[in-house]
Design a binder for this molecule. Structure first.
Ligand code: HEC
Ligand code: HEC
Length: 395
């Protein structure tokens, strides 16, 4: 196109004006100190909310119920057990079959498939030792009890305590590996032996820590007042974060450095399961936990219930009708690597999760208690911002 044509000059001038108008429109929503880069002008309250999602990694949570947890030889033994298909009834399934170390310790399936099909989604095991309750329904109050359950579950590894114990006690190589780890020979009591295996598995899993993320770098930059570094965090993610802690009220439940309050809630997903029946969620989990000889009040707690502050939490649990259909609030770190989502894997992508909250069927929610969730009607741009934020919770 020839230059210097009067019409073209007018066109260029108009385009420059338009471009400046667009720049000013964006600039008016961002901080005047941000310079060329973009940092939303977060209020004091917003900053405090953002800082509460860190620092990362957090200090390790103590667990008096497992005295083997910090012993390096037991951690290594737990790692080998985790990969060992010899612990399953027919020698085909290990923990890693479903909790695949190459996939953030989950299986990318909607629901688990072990010796038989399960009804729940396999959770990641990254950061698992920080949780207060284990399983989507909170059926376990320790990592080791949650690690023992799959060994015996007919849909998972389908072993029996007696068979499992004799496979360790009566195979010389396995017996000596046990002795090398714990410094004692395999116990004669089957249950006690299996609990030792579970405590080694827990010791290994307690080392699984998710890495720092773009969000953590942003959060720490805000904490130090480093606006230059903070402004490198994508603007869409900043807007999504503002929604997450504000209008969309996500952080009422997804709170703290792991983005979970360690409680249970009903977000209005259907609780019917394939093949009929319902998943009672927390209601069923509490019933199991309180009846279990493996809970923190039982004889396998290394500190005894009196010596373990976390046993008090178990002692004070009560089953109430509202627990029906509640599931554990999952942490949100490394989400991009852990699709599909929710207890039954029914939401395939993060876009689907946000759409679920956005178009929530309020009739499906529990009527009792404070209503936290409500239909958001965000619109496409805000929904995309929320997803952009969630993606920054991964490395
Ligand atoms: C067949 C697939 C499968 C196998 C095999 C399996 N798991 Fe799991 N795991 C799951 C599923 C599904 C859940 C969720 C269970 C629930 O909520 O009821 C789960 C939950 C857990 C949890 C609780 C996690 C949390 O965030 O609360 C731990 C811990 C765990 N498994 C450890 C293990 C260990 C250790 C092994 C091997 C001994 C193992 N799993 C074998 C599928 C499996
Ligand atoms: C009332 C508490 C509560 C609020 C508020 C809440 N969530 Fe959740 N969230 C949950 C629970 C509980 C689950 C698991 C539900 C299930 O499996 O049935 C969940 C699941 C998720 C998951 C799936 C994670 C996974 O690993 O499967 C994502 C992502 C998520 N929520 C993001 C959000 C966002 C974004 C918001 C705000 C729009 C939000 N949540 C608001 C309680 C809440």
């Amino acid at each position: 196109m020839p230059r210097g044509v009067p019409g073209q000059r007018a066109f260029d001038a108009a385009r420059r004006t338009l471009r400046w108008a667009a720049v000013l429109a964006v600039a008016s929503t961002i901080s005047p100190w941000a310079g060329a880069q973009a940092l939303l002008d977060f209020s004091g309250a917003e900053k405090a909310a953002i800082l509460s999602f860190g620092p990362w990694p957090p200090p390790a949570v103590a667990d008096a119920s497992n005295r083997w947890r910090m012993r390096a030889a037991v951690v290594e033994y737990g790692r080998s057990l985790f990969l060992d298909t010899g612990l399953s009834r027919d020698g085909t399934v290990s923990c890693a079959t479903c909790h695949d170390p190459g996939r953030a310790f989950q299986d990318a399936r909607a629901v688990a498939q072990g010796r038989a099909a399960g009804v729940r989604n396999t959770p990641t095991l990254l950061d698992v030792a920080d949780r207060r309750w284990f399983g989507w329904d909170g059926a376990h109050d320790s990592l080791w009890a949650a690690s023992l359950a799959p060994l015996l579950d007919p849909r998972e590894m389908d072993s029996k305590p007696q068979a499992l114990a004799s496979r360790v006690r009566d195979v010389p190589a396995r017996a000596s590996a046990f002795r090398a780890a714990f410094g004692i020979p395999p116990p004669a009591d089957d249950e006690e032996l299996v609990v030792h295996l579970a405590k080694a598995l827990a010791a290994f899993q307690a080392t699984l820590r998710s890495p720092r993320t773009p969000f953590d770098r942003f959060r720490d930059a805000l904490a130090r007042g480093d606006r230059h570094e903070a402004a490198r965090y994508p603007l869409a993610a900043q807007r999504g974060l503002r929604l997450f802690i504000g209008e969309a009220r996500c952080s009422v439940c997804h709170a703290g450095p792991a983005f979970t309050n360690d409680e249970f809630a009903d977000i209005g997903l259907p609780f019917f399961v394939a093949g009929g029946g319902v998943d009672a969620g927390r209601h069923g989990g509490l019933t199991k936990l309180l009846a279990s000889p493996l809970n923190r009040l039982g004889r396998f707690n290394d500190a005894g219930a009196a010596g373990d502050p976390r046993a008090l939490l178990t002692r004070h649990l009560k089953i109430e009708p509202r627990h029906f259909g509640e599931f554990r609030v999952p942490g949100l770190r490394q989400l991009a690597r852990t699709a599909p989502y929710t207890h039954n894997g029914s939401l395939a992508t993060l876009e689907d999760v946000v759409r679920h909250y956005d178009q929530l069927d309020e009739e499906r929610l529990h009527a009792d208690g404070e209503r936290i969730l409500r239909r958001l009607n965000l619109g496409a741009a805000q929904a995309a911002d929320l997803v952009a934020f969630l993606r920054t919770l991964g490395d």
